[in-house]
Design a protein. Structure first.
Length: 462
């Protein structure tokens, strides 16, 4: 789309932003506007008045104060991976933190203060130079702010817990434009809430993490044929595996990748990403139950540097997709058969069921210690389908709903970071029991006007 003229209101916002912020400000009359308002996922045609890239915390505070004064919708963006499109606003301001990439590493104490413009891949690569790591998710380009504030489930989850379990402190700019530090002893309720409660309480500009020593892992992709036996067997093996091992099993039609035999393309496979964070020989032993489930179609699991766990990403890839996130406490052959049945019946260009066996260090933290309260659930399941255009979207959504209900008629949990635009009832399922009331109380204290509402919102009124 060619640039459109900026409205008088946009011009006035731009003037005010440029007077206070050294970083870039892009409005609808700029050639880079369409690129600047795009997110990882396609399908969001939202037109903010301005997108602004502050270069320090003071500038973040100025943008927040301007949005509050002018009563503009504020979208906070880190890595831009929100599947609900929350990190682009229609008619408001996008506060893009991606220029904030400084980090202060303390190798003696094994801690880091990292600015939230860093992606998981950037921080992981830097830490690996020092034999250190934090567990984020499965994708390098995800922002550390978004994933951490929602919880963070990745390749080190069973070994070291969720990303929030390594969070020591945070610096936030709150709705009143103040910069606040929070940790276990400073504003402890706020610190509890930001560990799972998402971006509801302010814009996090810096996060401090406890780091873990990690010289390398036994990891990579294992591709197995997907059958009732291999799917149920994979989950059983992942549950029985030592905690050093975390696995993410994607069941999907095999894509035409060069290392996958051509006769397998399009057939349902388990594309598993397995990571053993421990001794190499113990890792090879822990892999045996997975490798013997069936003759692997491809086996790329080997000793590697931890950053190599992140698969390469395609530049300019903006899929349009719908998803459903849920938890199961067992996955037997009946559930495996349901997975195969639904994936076979769909003709979506890409459809997948992703299984993540939890437990280990995640489950050792009490449910009420953070705002992520699904610690005792055994398996996280994420179902997804690509769609082609607006008419196709409800078709794929209905398929997802039927699929999810067939797997579990009682769908009573959700991981906030994998929620799409699913509505308030699903947000409540992300925060079960007393977690919701506690989050509402913290929201009331720190954001009584709900300035930070373009997110999986916890309204101050409950
Ligand atoms: C391809 C892909 C793979 C993923 N894999 C995993 C995974 O393995 N494990 C996992 O746990 N999650 C995973 N996720 C989910 C991911 O954690 C969330 O989508 C997360 O919110 C993305 O963060 P972001 O900064 O990239 O996104 P953004 O779209 O930039 O941010 C999403 C929302 O988070 C909030 N936010 C972001 N940064 C800040 C900040 N600094 N301060 C305040 N609020 C902020 C805002 O409300 C914002 O709207 C994945 C998502 C995708 C698309």
């Amino acid at each position: 789309m060619s640039p459109s003229p900026a409205s008088p209101e946009t011009l006035s916002i731009r003037r005010q932003l440029r007077a206070t912020v050294d970083g870039r400000v892009v409005t609808a009359d700029d050639a880079s506007y369409d690129q600047a308002r795009a997110l990882f996922y396609g399908g969001f045609d939202r037109r903010p008045q301005a997108i602004v890239w502050p270069t320090n915390t003071t500038e973040v505070a100025q943008v927040i104060s301007l949005a509050a004064e002018r009563r503009l919708e504020l979208a906070v963006r880190g890595g831009g991976h929100s599947s609900a499109g929350h990190s682009v606003s229609d008619g408001g301001i996008v506060l893009d933190l991606s220029e904030l990439k400084a980090l202060e590493l303390d190798t003696a104490q094994r801690t880091v203060w990292a600015q939230t413009g860093l992606t998981a891949g950037e921080l992981t690569t830097e830490l690996a130079r020092h034999g250190l790591a934090i567990g984020f998710g499965d994708t390098a380009s995800v922002g550390i702010g978004g994933i951490t504030l929602g919880g963070g489930v990745g390749y080190l989850a069973r070994r070291h817990g969720l990303t929030i379990d390594s969070l020591l402190a945070a610096e936030l700019v709150t709705a009143d434009g103040q910069t606040v530090r929070t940790d276990a002893g400073t504003h402890p309720e706020l610190f509890w809430a930001i560990r799972g409660g998402g971006g509801n309480f302010g814009a996090a500009t810096r996060l401090q993490f406890q780091l873990h020593e990690l010289d390398g892992v036994v990891g990579g992709m294992l591709l197995l044929p997907a059958t009732v036996e291999t799917i149920a067997g994979f989950v059983a093996a992942a549950e029985a595996a030592p905690e050093e091992l975390s696995a993410i099993a994607n069941i999907l039609p095999a894509p035409p990748l060069p290392f996958i035999p051509t006769q397998v393309h399009g057939r349902l496979v388990i594309m598993a990403l397995i990571c053993f964070a421990g001794d190499t020989q113990a890792g090879q032993r822990a892999l045996v139950p997975f490798r013997t489930l069936a003759t692997p179609l491809a086996d790329l699991v080997r000793p590697i540097g931890y950053p190599e766990m992140y698969p390469p990403e395609e530049e300019g890839f903006h899929p349009t997709a719908v998803g459903h996130t849920m938890f199961l406490d067992r996955l037997d052959t009946r559930a495996a058969s349901t997975i195969l049945e639904y994936l076979q019946a769909s003709d979506a260009a890409l459809r997948a069921a992703q299984l993540r066996v939890l437990g280990g260090a995640i489950a050792r933290v009490p449910d009420d210690a953070t705002a992520f309260a699904h610690r005792q659930r055994r398996i996280m399941v994420n179902l997804a389908a690509f769609y082609q255009g607006p008419e196709d979207k409800p078709v794929r959504q209905r398929w997802l709903e039927r699929f999810a209900t067939s797997l579990s008629p009682v769908d009573d949990g959700a991981y906030v970071n994998f929620l799409g635009d699913d509505g308030p009832a699903r947000i409540r399922q992300a925060y079960p029991g007393p977690t919701w009331e506690r989050l509402v109380a913290v929201k009331r204290r720190w954001d009584p006007t709900n300035l930070f509402r373009h997110n999986h919102n916890i309204p101050p009124g409950g």
